[in-house]
Design a binder for this molecule. Structure first.
Ligand code: DGY
Length: 320
């Protein structure tokens, strides 16, 4: 660990090689090769009186960790958009800046959301399993039919960067886009999408529903909300598993209330409720919506840009 106070930085999660290289070039950085846990982060930052740390889910700092951080610490940078793995309020109370990487993953997360929409509507999981089992039986005109995406109404919950990027893609697939958020977007951002003042009011109109709001708090989708969707709707979640009551989701998928679902996020990550794996009508992925080489590099670079700004005495670029 070099001794220049201003530019010392702990990278406490394993980052792509390009990010590690940049960190080592531009900072006096300690770059871990395996994700550190929160107490190891506290210990390391204390031992070296560090001003900055880049953390991830495994090193999610809670109130007790933040209370134990050294007074030298100025910034906790995250390479993710979501910061629900840490206690932001506790960091703010100590005057520590928290940053995230909101723009870096917009396009890839929106692409992946469409992958989930298409896969759930077009039975991708079932088709793929048939092929892996050797196929061997032609399908007739009425067999194994999915549901058409073109012409369907997509309801978007949360019309921020990712929600709007999903809207643009969905419009390209000929979907009608409706959305709900705390407030209506400006017409230029709305881009033809129709606003609903509440989730409750929007749900009955959604043939496909996708979530793009931050995690934390009580689940947004419970038996009541699934029950307000039209029968046979498709549900997609690439936001956070905690937004959904998974018992209610399972019940809706098995009762026929939902035709299918595309899921990238789960309450018990990195585990998935094993009941979902028994269902033909769900397409499951392991929280990979942002997982491209380009986006993961950009997420890491954004965290480094924030650290550089704060350690230079400027405002954070992406304060949370
Ligand atoms: C994010 O950045 O929030 C993605 O979900 C990856 O965790």
């Amino acid at each position: 660990m070099p001794d220049t106070q201003r530019t010392r930085l702990l990278i406490a999660r394993k980052v792509p090689a390009a990010v590690a290289k940049r960190a080592e070039t531009e900072f006096h950085a300690y770059v871990t090769d395996a994700d550190m846990d929160a107490w190891s982060v506290v210990e390391f930052c204390t031992k070296h009186a560090l001003p900055a740390v880049l953390i991830g889910k495994k090193s999610g700092l809670q109130a007790e960790h933040i209370a134990a951080l050294p007074p030298t610490l100025k910034i906790v940078a995250n390479a993710s958009a979501g910061v629900d793995h840490m206690d932001v309020a506790a960091a703010h109370a100590r005057g520590i800046v928290v940053t995230n990487a909101p723009d870096a993953l917009t396009e890839c997360t929106a692409d992946f959301t469409m992958l989930l929409v298409l896969a759930a509507c077009r039975r991708a999981s079932e088709y793929e399993r048939i092929m892996r089992a050797g196929w061997g039986k032609s399908f007739g005109m009425t067999d194994m039919l999915g549901t058409r995406v073109n012409g369907k109404t997509l309801g978007i919950v949360g019309f921020g960067r990712i929600g709007r990027a999903v809207a643009r893609r969905a419009q390209g697939f000929g979907m009608r886009v409706i959305y709900t958020d705390i407030q209506r977007a400006a017409p230029a951002l709305e881009n033809g999408a129709t606003y609903y003042e509440s989730l409750d009011a929007m749900l009955p109109h959604c043939q496909v529903l996708t979530l793009h709001v931050p995690g934390g708090g009580a689940p947004l989708m419970t038996a009541r909300e699934f029950g307000r969707l039209p029968q046979g709707a498709i549900f997609v979640n690439a936001a956070r598993g905690g937004l959904v009551d998974e018992d209610a989701l399972y019940a809706a998928l098995t009762s026929g209330q939902l035709r299918g679902a595309g899921l990238d996020v789960y309450r018990g990550e990195p585990n998935v409720d094993p009941r979902f794996a028994t269902l033909d009508n769900v397409f499951l992925t392991p929280h990979m919506a942002s997982a491209t080489v380009e986006t993961r590099d950009q997420m890491g670079f954004t965290a480094l840009d924030n650290v550089a700004a704060v350690l230079d005495g400027a405002s954070a670029l992406n304060p949370v």
